[in-house]
Design a protein around this ligand. Structure first.
Ligand code: DMJ
Length: 542
């Protein structure tokens, strides 16, 4: 039982909290790596002397990193076995792109959130409150995995010396969680460097006031200093967003594992019971929910923006719990069934796509963001039982193929922000405002999962087409930039190198050309910003 668990916690939550604490090793008086380290069962053993147990002296909690590393099934950077020269050369090209993106950020924007590659300066933006260095934190694990050792040390040094958490301003809980908390957690798990854990825990504490609502469902924005929280001005009736409050579990469970404090897991676990209690239209999850009443505010449903990573975190919560979080698995299975029934459509030209849904009426539009779902459905298919496995693998392949078509049908071979299947259109943007590409990862993310799960060579081929297109249209003198129109071979640039380009797009491309044991799916789940968090393999029995 975790030390801070409340006796009043419901049974299911207590089980989740146990899961969260399973990797918590022996207390601090056992030195890491020492032979005295014990396995899970031994650490609960009673003294054999028959003497009354000594008065409990509670050593401060310390996560046993060495024990965690021993629990991994594969070396994090793999064994580099048996690869062909072309695959290696392609991987090295992607590594060079990462170095170029990092070097330019470092030269022109270090300490700002993102690089503006045309004007050669930094961008701060409004999403992260007063926090800075989003690109540093987002890049850490990619630099490490790519063995860009000097660059990783530069990034680490910035975190040690310059990453300031005592800042004010309105920050997005979701963005801070997936990029900063996720990035720091992954950097810690990969390297064991305490600075990353300490910063993650310190930052995690600052997120907690956002959960002070009547339902426990957090508001979207918070102030790291004052502890106040707000909803987005554009979200109707002060509602919270499904993809935001539903994208906390992975990181918050790890904050509990690393701190020994279940408060994080408790906070992140409030949303599932609320969602299970309320009626869902046709079994679907609308995107807007009131954190005050716990009721839906609007009936807009989407597997793309506003909904996306909620579904992703259901299946990944289950995987990360070593398949114990059956509540999350059931929610995922039921949601996918409803999605398939009401949102999966086939175009006249035979392309399978995911429509959006507005109060019962389908909107035949698919956002670039929704293209992550090919990978998610494939990941879940592995565990869907023999009867459904092939069906879901086919669905995943069809959706990934449609997303590839949205790239293949453009002049740049990069995909638009949204594409439609109406008025004679097939997998193409029909509105000027939807023609842009901002270096998003979702399509290559699905290629990576599809490759790992099928080893069909076409996914590597499609990934390589993206590399060539990025080089041709997005690489500029001082970094990579998004483009304003994918349907012209001379696009103008948006002057922004998004931090997720380093965290996700380049990482997924790199992994596509790695052996499967690099960040193996046996050991890791990727958060929605592609930061790897470990699956819990210890043998804790509830
Ligand atoms: C990233 O921050 C994450 O992937 C998030 O889930 C969605 N948007 C961007 C990338 O497009």
């Amino acid at each position: 039982e975790p030390r801070h668990a409340s006796p009043a916690a419901p049974r299911r939550l207590r089980e989740k909290l146990r899961t969260a604490a399973r990797m918590a090793g022996p207390p601090a008086h056992t030195a890491p790596g020492s032979r005295q380290q014990v396995q899970g069962s031994e650490r609960r053993a009673q003294p054999a002397t028959g003497a009354p147990p000594a008065r409990e002296t509670r050593a401060p909690f310390r996560f046993d990193y060495e024990r965690f590393r021993r629990s991994l099934r594969h070396p994090v950077r793999g064994r580099r076995a048996g690869e062909d020269p072309e695959t290696r050369a392609r991987r090295m090209k992607i590594k060079e792109m990462m170095k170029f993106a990092w070097d330019n950020y470092k030269q022109y924007a270090l300490g700002k959130n993102e690089l503006r590659p045309l004007t050669k300066n930094g961008h701060i933006g409004t999403m992260f409150g007063g926090l800075r260095g989003a690109t540093v934190i987002d890049a850490l694990d990619t630099l490490y995995i790519m063995e860009l050792e000097d660059e990783f040390q530069e990034a680490k040094k910035w975190v040690e010396n310059s990453f300031d958490l005592n800042v004010n301003g309105e920050a997005s809980l979701f963005e801070v969680n997936i990029r900063y908390v996720g990035g720091l957690l992954a950097a810690y798990y990969l390297t064991g460097e305490e600075v990353f854990k300490n910063k993650a825990l310190e930052l995690g504490e600052k997120l907690l006031p956002a959960f002070n609502t009547p339902t426990g469902i957090p508001r979207s924005l918070f102030s790291p200093c004052s502890g106040m929280s707000w909803s987005w001005g554009w979200a109707s009736a002060g509602s919270s967003i499904l993809a935001e409050f539903g994208t906390l579990h992975l990181e918050f469970l790890h904050l509990s594992e690393l701190s020994g404090n279940p408060v994080f897991a408790e906070k992140a676990s409030t949303s599932h019971p609320v969602l299970n209690r309320i009626e869902k239209p046709q079994g679907l999850y609308p995107n807007f929910l009131s954190p005050v009443t716990g009721n839906w505010v609007q009936h807009h449903v989407s597997v793309g923006g506003l909904g996306d990573s909620f579904y992703e975190y259901l299946i990944k919560s289950w995987l990360m719990s070593d398949k114990r979080d059956s509540e999350a698995k059931k929610m995922y299975d039921d949601a996918l069934e409803a999605i398939e029934k009401h949102l999966v459509k086939k175009s006249a030209g035979g392309l399978t796509y995911l429509a959006e849904w507005r109060g019962g009426v389908p909107d035949h539009k698919m956002g670039h963001l929704a293209c992550f779902s090919g990978g998610m459905i494939a990941l879940g298919a592995e565990h869907a039982g023999e009867g459904r496995k092939h069906h879901y693998m086919d669905l995943a392949a069809e959706i990934t193929n449609t997303c590839h078509e949205s790239y293949a049908r453009s002049d740049t071979k990069l995909g638009p922000e949204a594409f439609r299947f109406d008025a004679g259109s097939e997998a193409m943007a029909t509105r000027l405002s939807e023609r842009y590409y901002i270096l998003r990862p979702e399509v290559v993310e699905s290629y990576m999962y599809m490759w790992r799960l099928t080893h069909d060579a076409k996914y590597r081929q499609w990934g390589w087409e993206v590399v060539k297109a990025l080089e041709k249209h997005c690489r500029v003198e001082a970094g990579f930039s998004g483009i304003r129109d994918v349907y012209t071979t001379t696009p103008t640039h948006d002057n922004m190198q998004q931090s997720f380009f380093l965290a996700e797009t380049l990482k997924y491309l790199y992994l596509l050309f790695c052996e499967d044991d690099v960040l193996s799916l046996d050991d890791w789940v990727f958060n929605t910003e592609a930061h790897p968090l470990p699956v819990n393999h210890t043998n804790f029995k509830a």
